[in-house]
Design a protein around this ligand. Structure first.
Ligand code: F6P
Length: 375
């Protein structure tokens, strides 16, 4: 009795990143070589609810290794809280029914921290799930790296390189905002690689006076320009204390009214924080009497063709995923581990975030070469 041909569903969810198509190709080509069938679902988990499918075969997988973004489209929709016809609904049961209706043996989810949580929810709902770690933030737990990060690191580093010439020519402080709300890996890595004079990350709340003093010290030594690499989520010590207090208030909320008020307060703080980089540049200009200018790298960091490093990582993780499906080893994330991979149970990944430890070797490295970290 021949074994049933396995049918694999695959989707991409959360923010896009370079390497997603390389990963889709890695899973796909390896799965086809295992004699499996593939069906892509468009726009993240919503595609599973609304039957938005794309057949994946040799021809659709051809040529996508080098293509940015995701041929499947993506979204930040969550299975258990999805906006359908103006109402937020739990669509887990619909997803489970469609998974069965389409005869899927496994669903592969490519995404970041939020997607790992959604993958665990669907595992707990009885689906065979395997996830791959994707994000330019590199903040997914239990994996050495996420695809997307290496390319964004190259882009951000090249940007800092280019900003040096204009800062030097105009004797200016250039403040470059790099992506990463909760984790500073991209800013720390690009700051070191790009020779930033100041690196500010969410994990190390900063003191503006200390930053200004470091810039003035450079001026006194005759170097009257500075490059400040600041993560989206970096903040002053005062703001960090205020956020911590607001988070604590939400944690301790005793009823819905208190919870709603605490969430509103946090939302207002988040909105105010969006102008932080500009405010920081103005503060530094006032304190150092050097002109300051701001560059926000934004979505350029997520665009375009993946680097060779990301293509290798995405292909490694994708092909390892197909092997796990062949072994029917489900309920795991395919983690990068050294030169190999490791199947990590989703329970150990979901809800955790890999942030920069204050004593991380990269933090020490930056300090040793005289970089100011704002503390
Ligand atoms: O999670 C990756 C990321 O690019 C973050 O670095 C950034 O803060 C966020 O996504 C932006 O989210 P969106 O694409 O929904 O605006």
């Amino acid at each position: 009795m021949g074994t049933k041909t396995k049918r694999i569903g695959i989707l991409t969810a959360g923010g896009d990143s370079p390497g997603l198509n390389a990963a889709i190709r890695g899973v796909g080509k390896a799965a086809l070589n295992h004699g499996m069938e593939l069906v892509g679902f468009r726009d993240g988990f919503r595609g599973l609810v609304e039957n938005r499918r794309l057949k994946l075969d040799k021809s659709t997988l051809a040529g996508i290794l080098t293509v940015g973004g995701t041929i499947l489209g993506t979204s930040r929709d969550k299975p258990h809280r999805m906006l359908i016809d103006g109402r937020t609904r739990d669509m887990t049961d619909v997803i489970r029914e469609n998974y069965k209706k389409w005869g899927l043996d496994c669903l592969v989810c490519l995404g970041g921290g939020g997607t790992q949580k959604n993958a665990l929810r669907l595992k707990q709902a009885g689906l065979n799930i395997i996830s791959l770690p994707k994000t330019i933030d590199n903040d997914v737990a239990m994996t050495d790296a996420t695809f997307g990060y290496a390319t964004a690191l190259d882009i951000a580093t090249e940007t800092l390189d280019r900003l040096h010439s204009t800062a030097h020519s105009h004797h200016r402080i250039i403040v470059a905002e790099i992506m990463g709300h909760r984790a500073g890996w991209l800013t720390l890595g690009a700051g070191i690689a790009g020779g930033a004079d100041v690196i500010l990350i969410p994990e190390i709340p900063y003191n503006v006076a200390k930053i200004a003093e470091a810039i003035r010290r450079r001026s006194r030594r005759g170097t009257n320009f500075s490059i400040v690499a600041v993560a989206e989520g970096a903040m002053s010590r005062d703001d960090a204390r205020a956020f911590a207090a607001a988070d604590d208030k939400l944690e301790r909320a005793r009823n819905q009214a208190e919870k709603k008020a605490a969430k509103l307060a946090l939302l207002e703080m988040d909105l105010r924080h969006q102008g932080n980089t500009l405010r920081l540049a103005k503060q530094l200009e006032a304190l150092t009497h050097l002109e300051s200018r701001v560059t926000i790298l934004g979505y350029v960091q997520r665009g375009g063709t993946p680097s060779a490093a990301d293509r290798i990582l995405a292909t490694r993780l994708g092909s390892a995923c197909a092997d796990l499906i062949a072994e029917e080893h489900y309920g795991v994330m395919v983690a990068a581990r050294g030169d190999g991979t490791e199947a990590v149970p989703l329970e150990r990944v979901a809800g955790k975030r890999k942030i920069v430890p204050p004593d991380h070797s990269w933090v020490q490295t930056a300090r040793l070469v005289g970089t100011c970290l704002g503390d």
